[in-house]
Ligand binder design. Structure first.
Ligand code: DGL
Length: 269
């Protein structure tokens, strides 16, 4: 049986990574978990996000994946090392690939990062960027209004335009030439973000970079799927399956096989 790549997120945001993996690695089977019952993770304390991430990994591991992808910036920022220490398969996060791409692209050495409160509070992007280039200047900004808009499937409305314009106003005053979309939901809004920031600012989509990183790791370990037919991907979500299905099908452009999951633990928030 083909071993899947397990991809997890707090909700629908990680589907941006799924879409890129499907495009770059069309033979790989994907197993995706969106914790839509407990989204968003962004405002939650780090210990809680780590606990939720462990729980999803414990769930997915029963399907014997060959790799785990934490396709959530907030969970990557606080739980990546913890999960790596708990499982024997490669665990990929979304922060390092995005930071590396931004570092390679910037000409001025001034990079913007937008993300959830949790990601920005952790300084994970800033730490990764400064490790790559100690003199780089990083301007970070939390954009808490974006995730709820995406979770409602509200990608292009007037309300979205207004939220993007007002949230990004502080960044427009700075001299950044590269902007990391440091939240898996933000690529859904990338057209609007690009038009607000202008053509002089390059947007870095962590989803593209993460898919490349997945490909490199599987290639180096000789674990890429080389034959077989079109894989049947499997999706799990812990919240309302109708909303999840609607957004997933709209974003991925295909029907999905979806299993709703009810957490069997008392402390669901
Ligand atoms: N997936 C989260 C991230 O990339 C955004 C949504 C949330 O706050 O849970 O940070």
């Amino acid at each position: 049986m083909q071993q899947p790549i397990a991809i997890l997120d707090s909700g629908v945001g990680g589907l941006t990574v799924v879409k890129e993996v499907m495009r770059q690695l069309p033979r790989e089977k994907i197993m995706y978990f969106g914790d839509t019952a407990r989204t968003p993770y962004g405002p939650r304390p780090a210990e809680e996000v780590t606990r939720f991430t462990r729980q999803i990994v414990d769930y997915l591991i029963q399907y014997r994946p060959k790799m785990i992808v934490i396709a959530c910036n907030t969970a990557t920022a606080v739980a990546l090392e913890d999960i790596r220490s708990r499982v024997a398969i490669p665990v990929v996060g979304v922060i390092y690939p995005g930071a590396r791409a931004a570092n390679g692209r910037t000409q001025t050495g001034i990079v913007g990062v937008i993300g959830t409160e949790g990601t920005i509070r952790s300084s994970a992007y800033e730490i990764a960027l400064k490790q790559l280039s100690p003199n780089i200047e990083v301007i970070s900004l939390a954009c808490p209004r974006f995730v709820p808009l995406v979770e409602q499937g509200n990608f292009r409305s007037k309300e979205t335009q207004e939220a993007v314009e007002s949230s990004l106003a502080p960044l427009k005053k700075r001299d950044i030439d590269t902007l990391i979309l440091g939240c898996t939901h933000y690529p859904y809004l990338s057209d609007t973000i690009a038009s607000v920031m202008g053509s002089d600012v390059t947007l870095i989509n962590s989803a593209d970079e993460t898919a490349r990183e997945i490909s490199t790791i599987l290639h180096d370990r000789n674990r890429l799927t080389r034959d077989g037919g079109i894989p049947v991907h499997q999706f799990f979500c812990s919240g309302d399956p109708r909303m999840f299905r609607k957004i997933a099908q709209q974003w991925l452009g295909e029907q999905i096989e979806l299993t709703p999951v009810v957490w069997q633990v008392p402390n669901i928030v």
